[in-house]
Design a binder for this molecule. Structure first.
Ligand code: HAM
Length: 421
C-alpha cells in the first residue's frame, strides 16, 4: 500500500474538485430550501445494529464496521435513512408534522470500486415525515427533478423511473409466499434488470415466469396515474416513466419507489428513494409510528452526468471560474508602504472584499501578473503616490489616484456600480 495515494475508492479533493463539489452542494441546498425543506445533520458513526435491523443484507455486507475502544460494534454510516428514523422517533414531540428535512453528508460503503461507485460518496437526502397523502410523493419527485434541472439538465438528459412496491408485495401475497422471504425476493427482482435472465430465473425458481410476465406487462394502478397526473399539472410529466422493474435494494420501502437515470443509459442511478412508512415504528419498537418518504442523490454519478452534457458542464466551469476570483489585489510598489497597505487590506477584508497581496517583496510587474491570474477586478498600488493610492480597473485598464482616506468609499462605489450593472 502506497502512502502517496488515498485508499481505493476514496478521493482527495484538490481546490478545483472542491469548487465543483461546492457548486453541487450549493444547488442541492438552494432547491431543497426552495421547497421549504430545512437542513439537519446526523451522526456519521452509528451502532452496526441500526443497519442490521432494517437496511437489508446488501448494505450490511458493505459496511465499514469495527469494534471501538469501548467494545461497541460500530459502523460508518452507509446511508442516512436509519439515522433519520432514529432521530425523528427520539424528538417526535418537538416538531409539527409534516417534517421536511434535508441533509448533505458523506457516506461509506465497502463496494467493489467501479464507474460511478466508490467507497465514499456524498448524498443530498430529502425526506418528508408524517404525511400519508400522495401529495407528498408528488412533491418529493418534483423536488428530485427540480434539483437536476438547476444543473441545466432537461428531460432529454434524465428520467425518473417510478414504481410501487405494493405491486410486488401484492404479487407475493397472492401467491402465498411467506413474508420472511419477501426481502430476499424483492432484492432479486430489483437486480433482475442488471443480471442475466437465466441467473434471475434460477434464483426465483417457480416464481420466475410470473415475475418476468409482470415485468414485461409494465404496471398500471390508480395511485400511479394520480402521481403522474400531479406531475403533469406541474409541467413535469415528461421527466417520468412508470417502470415496475424499480423495486429498490433497501429493505424498508413500502409504497411508491423511484430511481433517476441518465437517458442514454450510460450510468448507474443518480438518485433513488420512496416511501418507508414502517421504518420509524420498527426502529423504535412501536413507540413512534409515522409515515415517511424520501430520496438520496449521490455526487459521483451526478458529476459524471454533468461532465457528459456540454450545457451542464459549461455552466459548472463558468461558476467555478467566477467563484475562484478575488476582488482586489494590492500591489506593494515600495516596501516602506507595506504597513500602510496592510492596514487598508485589513479594513477592506473587514468589509467583506476578497483581497490578496504579495507576502514578500516582489517585482511590480510580477504583482500585476498575480492580480490578473487571481481574476481581480481592481488593483490598488501603494508606492510613490502615497498618501494617494493608484487604483487600476484591471478589465478596462483605467487608472485614477485616490487619497487613502477616501479609498474605502471609492472601492465601495466601484463594486456597487459593478454589481448592479
Ligand atoms: P441508495 O439508492 O442506496 O439510497 O443511494 C442513493 C444514491 O447514492 C444512489 O442513487 C447513488 O447515486 C448514490 N450512491 C450510493 N452508493 C454509492 C457508491 N458506493 N458510490 C457512489 N454513489 C453512491 C439510499 O441511500 C436511501 N437511504 C435513500 C433514501 C432517503 N430513501 C429514503 N430517504
Amino acid at each position: 500500500m502506497t502512502l502517496m495515494q488515498p485508499l481505493p475508492g476514496f478521493r482527495d479533493f484538490l481546490p478545483e474538485d472542491c469548487a465543483k463539489r461546492n457548486y453541487i452542494f450549493a444547488r442541492w441546498r438552494r432547491v431543497a430550501r426552495r421547497y421549504g425543506f430545512v437542513e439537519w445533520e446526523g451522526s456519521p458513526l452509528e451502532p452496526t445494529e441500526l443497519y442490521k435491523k432494517k437496511s437489508g443484507d446488501e448494505i450490511v455486507g458493505q459496511l465499514f464496521n469495527f469494534t471501538d475502544k469501548g467494545e461497541r460494534e460500530v459502523a460508518l454510516r452507509p446511508e442516512l435513512t436509519p439515522t433519520l428514523a432514529r432521530v425523528v422517533a427520539a424528538h417526535e414531540r418537538e416538531f409539527k408534522k409534516p417534517l421536511k428535512w434535508f441533509s448533505i453528508g458523506q457516506f461509506f460503503r465497502y463496494e467493489k470500486q467501479q464507474r460511478g461507485r466508490l467507497r465514499e460518496h456524498f448524498q443530498l437526502n430529502c425526506d418528508i415525515i408524517g404525511e400519508n397523502d400522495l401529495a407528498a410523493d408528488i412533491e418529493l419527485v418534483a423536488l428530485c427533478i427540480d434539483v437536476l434541472r438547476t444543473f441545466g439538465l432537461t428531460e432529454k438528459d434524465f428520467v425518473v423511473r417510478i414504481s410501487d412496491r405494493e405491486f410486488w408485495t401484492g404479487f407475493l401475497r397472492e401467491r402465498n409466499v411467506p413474508a420472511e422471504r419477501w426481502d430476499e425476493l424483492l432484492q432479486i427482482i430489483d437486480r433482475s434488470g442488471r443480471e442475466p435472465r437465466d441467473k434471475t430465473a434460477e434464483k426465483l425458481g417457480k416464481l420466475a415466469e410470473p415475475v418476468f410476465a409482470t415485468l414485461h406487462s409494465g404496471g398500471k394502478s390508480e395511485k400511479l396515474d394520480r402521481l403522474i397526473g400531479g406531475l403533469r399539472a406541474r409541467g413535469l410529466a415528461d421527466f417520468v416513466q412508470i417502470d415496475v422493474g424499480i423495486v429498490r435494494g433497501l429493505a424498508y420501502y413500502t409504497g411508491i419507489v423511484f430511481e433517476l437515470f441518465d437517458r442514454a443509459g450510460k450510468f448507474r442511478a443518480i438518485a433513488g428513494g420512496g416511501r418507508y412508512d414502517n421504518l420509524i415504528a420498527q426502529l423504535s419498537d412501536g413507540a413512534v409510528s409515522l409515515p415517511a418518504l424520501g430520496f438520496a442523490m449521490g455526487d459521483v454519478v451526478l458529476s459524471e452526468l454533468i461532465n457528459e452534457i456540454p450545457r451542464a458542464r459549461e455552466a459548472m466551469q463558468k461558476a467555478v471560474a467566477s467563484d475562484r476570483k478575488i476582488d482586489i489585489y494590492v500591489v506593494i510598489a515600495k516596501e516602506e508602504r507595506r504597513a500602510d497597505a496592510l492596514a487598508q487590506i485589513q479594513q477592506l477584508r473587514d468589509r467583506g472584499y476578497r483581497v490578496d497581496y504579495p507576502m514578500t517583496p516582489t517585482k511590480v510587474a510580477r504583482q500585476f501578473q498575480a492580480a490578473e491570474e487571481a481574476g481581480a477586478a481592481l488593483a490598488l498600488l501603494y508606492g510613490d503616490e502615497w498618501p494617494q493610492v493608484k487604483v487600476k480597473n484591471l478589465p478596462t485598464r483605467e487608472e485614477s489616484l485616490i487619497d487613502h482616506g477616501a479609498l474605502l468609499d471609492s472601492v465601495a462605489k466601484f463594486f456597487n456600480v459593478g454589481s448592479s450593472a
